[in-house]
Ligand binder design. Sequence first.
Ligand code: BES
Ligand code: MN
Ligand code: ZN
Length: 498
Amino acid sequence: MKIQLSSLDVLHARTDCLVVAVREGAQQPPSTRKIERASKGLIKSLMASGDIDGRPGNVLLVPFPSGIQAKRLLLVGVGDKPDIDDLASAALAAARQLCSTQSVSAVVTLTEVAVTGTDATTRARVISQAIQEASYRFNQLKTSKGKEAARRQCTVNRVSLLASSGKNDTAMRTGIQEACAIANGVALAKDLSNLPGNLCTPSYLANQARKLGKSHKLKVNVLDEAKMKALGMGALLSVSRGSREPARLIVMEHQGGQRSDKPVVLVGKGLTFDAGGISLKPAAAMDEMKYDMCGGASVFGAMVAASELKLKLNVIGIVPSSENLPDGAANKPGDIVTSMSGKTIEILNTDAEGRLILCDALTYAERYKPAAIIDIATLTGACVVALGHPATGLFSPDDKLAEELLACGESARDRAWRMPIWDEYQKQLNSPFADIANIGGRTAGAVTAACFLSRFTKNMAWAHLDIAGTAWHSGANKGATGRPVSMLTRFLINRTRR
Ligand code: BES
Ligand code: MN
Ligand code: ZN
């Protein structure tokens, strides 16, 4: 999809769909007023009849509108005094409706809407991201052809955002550019995540990384099991031992900064299917454990965005990837393994495998002397219980880094909520036989998982994002969300400005 800024005359624009904002009570935006005049009161009468009421997200499609050149007029309510949330929900509702038409081109005038407490870059970014979000489809495994396949597709591929007087054009172009890079990262993360476990294996992810290396000028290095063994990654390898698919440790580098600049390191859990191992999960909804690599997918997505934005920053993405299955060689409860750090781990539950693959990846990451290291993982069901689906769980002993990430989540509209990681919780991980146990008992499961990881990140500015509740939707709209690519990309962009 191509999104660009255009100054055009809304009355004469030959487009498949003209998207225009309608306010609840207050004065209408300029384009809306122009159309109102040209159509001899169309919008007022539609409001009088109650067909559109101006509430944020309320939409009405008017085919063959009179008085203007566009084939369709799409009215969208933005409320009375819209804030950025109203603009975002209006843009998403409009974009969904737009994508359900057969339009190829569209002109979107929502850039005119005055939004309290925000700038032109943010507005353009929010509108552009909503359009891209609505146009995402995952059809690659459907075999239907012809009309049926066409119906599934979103036909929109050229969108013009209406430019304002000119003074904000540069700012708006920045917003569009950021949105497009983020949307490409989000779409990649969604595609990888939605692929089932039989197709998206650790080797598949490694091959995708190699492809990205070529298409996005990333330096890619993939460690196979022999290399990991030589490094002493006994925790990671104990997980893949129970599966026929060999593990991979994928390393991607975006070198946008000076050679000597310390990198930001992103470490994403890439568990391509989590059956729980010998501590087998119940059958219900187990298919969703194909999403246990969403953290890894978000690292792929953030690397793509960093590369497309040519960020002047060194970024390293590390994705430890494995399956977690039960077989004769699988971990057994009570097994004790030695991690790359040298610490021994008593595996009391083989389903707490994410931390086992992450701890070795985190130890490996130390060699890069990170300016900051962030791990992203669908780590615990307990995080979903604590925060539900709106918020990612954020854990960090580093107040500055935590505040920075929270702020990025806010401005990217991809929010996190900070959880405690106090020393008091650490004792729940005591083991009578090893240095540490891999589970911390019934209470505070998301916190003790984070505490486990903290043992391997002592020398780094580290934060952990538990995305178990935010990485995908269940139910009728089952599918990956691409979170937290937006938050991570915001973080990377902001780090270039320090
Ligand atoms: N991948 C799961 C976490 C998960 C569960 C994410 C449900 C999203 C939805 C993780 O590997 C896991 O199984 N964690 C266990 C930990 C427990 C054994 C301490 C869990 O959350 O039940
Ligand atoms: Mn598990
Ligand atoms: Zn898991």
